[in-house]
Design a protein around this ligand. Structure first.
Ligand code: C2E
Ligand code: MG
Ligand code: MG
Ligand code: MG
Length: 280
């Protein structure tokens, strides 16, 4: 009895550090299981041209958790990065995105597919993952875009840039995600082998009303034009944001205004509907 109580007390007084560690270990073992049991799924969000054409899709991972339901990446990506599980997960995402690209192409939708890549994956397996996906699904490398953040490139710029250059030489597209939230120097940006800047959602949400954010978006678009890069605005939710960005010369747009990220079945239906609407 006393022993049992002692144990309860010990539990009650366990430091938050230990509790965090225990929770992390549980999560890591669940994530490992999730990879083995294939509990991850990809959702796809359309990327649009100013004229309303769908030009690409961003693959966004979710975890179909057996008890907690469908979990967004915010619930598990960070732990995958800390534990190194992001490397096998990132590889799975790449191969699954390629499989879907192949399926869509067979259905007559030749769309670029963008995949998010973490710093560790960039350095450990990206080149191999990218080569494998085009070989396995007989894709042109230009159909695959790799989204890297400023921080994942800048962590070890020399190594990162070398891999990015190899990818570009193979014909893959490369984008900088969440652009404007990191601290990449303009000198580096000029030398980076990239095709696109994705303007972070945080700068898009209050335009055109917020004059500082409007100035930032305007500057990013101008900078990209100067460097010969394309721009994609993330998080476009209103027609006013859309119209303003298009007037500024933004090349592509992505956000809830057009569609939320969807599972593959819903995506097929969405694409078919858009195609019918545009043909009519
Ligand atoms: P991200 O790459 O910047 O992806 C865009 C996020 O913004 C997605 O959140 C998307 O659902 C959300 N979003 C898109 N349009 C709108 C909009 O109009 N309004 C608002 N409020 N949100 C919008 P999600 O799917 O929760 O992904 C969050 C982040 O998780 C991603 O940010 C990316 O950094 C990371 N992530 C997702 N999938 C992967 C993956 O396969 N690998 C890695 N390494 N990271 C991933
Ligand atoms: Mg992204
Ligand atoms: Mg982003
Ligand atoms: Mg983001």
């Amino acid at each position: 009895q006393a022993k049992q109580m002692g144990r309860d007390c010990a539990v009650a007084y366990r430091s938050t550090f230990e509790q965090d560690t225990a929770a992390r270990l549980t999560l890591i073992s669940q994530l490992r299981e999730a990879l083995r049991l294939q509990q991850f799924v990809l959702h796809f969000q359309p990327i649009m041209a100013p004229d309303g054409r769908t030009v690409g899709l961003e693959a966004l991972v979710r975890w179909q958790h057996p008890e907690r339901g469908l979990l967004p990446p915010g619930e598990f990506i960070e732990e995958c990065e800390r534990s190194g599980l992001i490397v096998p997960l990132g590889r799975w995402v790449m191969l699954e995105a390629g499989r879907v690209a192949g399926l869509l192409r067979a259905a007559g939708h030749a769309l670029r597919i963008s995949v998010n890549v973490s710093a560790l994956q960039l350095r450990q397996s990206l080149l191999e993952d990218a080569r494998d996906v085009v070989a396995q699904h007989d894709l042109a490398p230009g159909m695959i875009e790799l989204e890297l953040t400023e921080s994942s490139v800048m962590g070890d710029p020399a190594a990162g840039v070398q891999i990015m250059r190899a990818l570009r030489d193979l014909g893959f597209e490369v984008a900088i995600d969440d652009f404007g939230t990191g601290f990449s120097s303009l000198a580096y940006l000029k030398r980076l082998p990239i095709n696109r800047l994705k303007i972070d959602r945080g700068f898009v949400c209050d335009i055109p009303g917020d004059s500082e954010d409007a100035e930032i978006c305007h500057s990013i678009i101008r900078l990209a034009q100067t460097l010969g890069l394309k721009t994609v605005a993330e998080g476009v939710e209103t027609q006013a944001q859309h119209d303003w960005l298009v007037a500024q010369g933004c090349d592509e747009l992505q956000g809830f205004l057009f569609a939320r990220p969807m599972p593959i079945d819903a995506l097929h239906a969405w694409l078919a509907e858009r195609r019918a609407a545009r043909a009519a």
